[in-house]
Design a protein around this ligand. Structure first.
Ligand code: NAI
Ligand code: MG
Length: 356
């Protein structure tokens, strides 16, 4: 199979972890006679430095002309004081919007060998297998106005939470489709006791549920969901929610598996190309030290093969290799536990390659 992958390493640990994922993909290419072409583009802070914009047009064009996109992470203290349009995160928001990536899919699976590195008791997390579907191109991260303003003569600020029925419906439909392929249980998370957009969300969910009689729908308020995720995570299968709630809940869910550094994601649209990235950020505190966990990005590459290229066997082999490396006791610092061996980013990548 011949495919073109746009690679956007971004900032901080981004280049280190993306490099690892590409090396893993190369091993897959060799073993399965595929030919992937990797073309690099700038996004985030490095794009501001080099091109004067967090998302240059040439990066947008590169993405639109590729079969899939692999992204590291963006941002860092260096760019935090820039005016809003030049902030690295704007590059990320804009690429999601440009490619209409309306649903972010975040599987959270339990790794038996990592049980020791979760702060939660093993009996709580054992067997957790949940799938967060986060709306990605609407809600409060995109609503206008979003600005400094004057309120009753005092300085203040405003952000706006807006959702159209169409935006809500398409992500809910996607979540129901996914629930059908899993345990047929879906939890729609909202704040319908307070927010009008959430009441619309709930109405839409009830409406769509009629089309999927085999899927059981439950509604849960987001504050309760945050508590239930820690108290009894095994009650969940598919969780679908709006942009900001999904952002927060999926970081919370990462604790169940041991580390942010373990969780991949796929962002999908109606037509493609899709974008794959770890759920964590650019981790400036550990950037450049060769200690970041590359597994979330490697697992994102596996999702890329599965979802964009329909290469199920290849994806499963990467996932198995990651499991085996963990079972063999290799750990980056974020997932360290007693009786395991600390390895660097590059050593972890080598171990995964060997297993494949
Ligand atoms: P973060 O996810 O970068 O880091 C949170 C903590 O987790 C840090 O202690 C970090 O060292 C650790 N961590 C994250 N990924 C890791 C990995 N692969 N291996 C080992 N440890 C890992 O979030 P933070 O610190 O809040 O934000 C840092 C920067 O990243 C900010 O500029 C933020 O805006 C940006 N960010 C970017 C995202 C993206 O590109 N998708 C998402 C979240 C934050
Ligand atoms: Mg986040």
């Amino acid at each position: 199979m011949k495919k073109k992958i746009a690679v956007l390493p971004g900032d901080g640990i981004g280049p280190e972890i993306v490099q690892g994922a590409i090396e893993v993909l190369r091993v897959i290419e060799e073993n399965f006679q595929h030919e992937f072409e990797y073309e690099f583009g700038n996004i985030g802070g490095n794009a501001v430095d080099i091109d004067g914009s967090p998302l240059p047009d040439k990066t947008i064009n590169l993405c639109k002309n590729s079969d899939a996109i692999l992204l590291g992470a963006v941002g860092g203290p260096k760019w935090e004081t820039l005016p809003v349009p030049l902030r690295p995160e704007q590059g990320l928001l804009k690429i999601r919007k440009e490619l209409n990536l309306f649903a972010n899919l975040r599987p959270t699976t339990y790794y038996e060998s990592l049980a020791g590195s979760s702060p939660l008791r093993q009996e709580i997390i054992e067997g957790v297998d949940l799938f967060v579907v986060r709306e990605l191109t609407g809600g409060i991260y995109f609503g206008k106005p979003s600005e400094r303003t004057t309120i009753n003569g005092q300085s203040g600020a405003v952000d706006t939470l807006v959702y159209s029925k169409e935006e809500i419906t398409r992500v809910l439909e996607k979540a129901f489709e996914i629930a059908q392929t899993r345990s047929k249980k879906i939890t729609s998370v909202d704040k319908a006791n307070v927010l009008e957009s959430s009441r619309l969300w709930r109405e839409c969910a009830n409406e769509i549920a009629k089309k999927y009689p085999d899927v059981s729908l439950e509604h849960m308020l987001v504050d309760n969901a945050a508590m239930q995720l820690i108290r009894n995570p095994k009650q969940f299968d598919v969780i679908v929610t709006e942009n900001m709630f999904g952002d927060i809940l999926s970081d919370e869910a990462s604790v169940l598996t041991g580390s942010l550094g373990m969780l991949p994601s796929a962002s999908i649209s109606e037509s493609g190309p899709y974008l794959y990235e770890p759920i964590h950020g650019s981790a400036p505190d550990i950037a450049g030290q060769n200690i970041a966990n590359p597994l979330a990005t490697i697992l994102s590459a596996a999702m890329l093969l599965r979802v964009s290229f329909q290469l199920e066997e290849e994806a499963a082999i990467i996932e198995k290799a990651v499991n085996a490396v963990l079972d063999n006791g290799f750990r980056t610092r974020d997932i360290i536990s007693p009786n395991t061996k600390i390895v660097s980013t590059t050593e972890m990548v080598e171990e995964v390659k060997k297993e494949i």
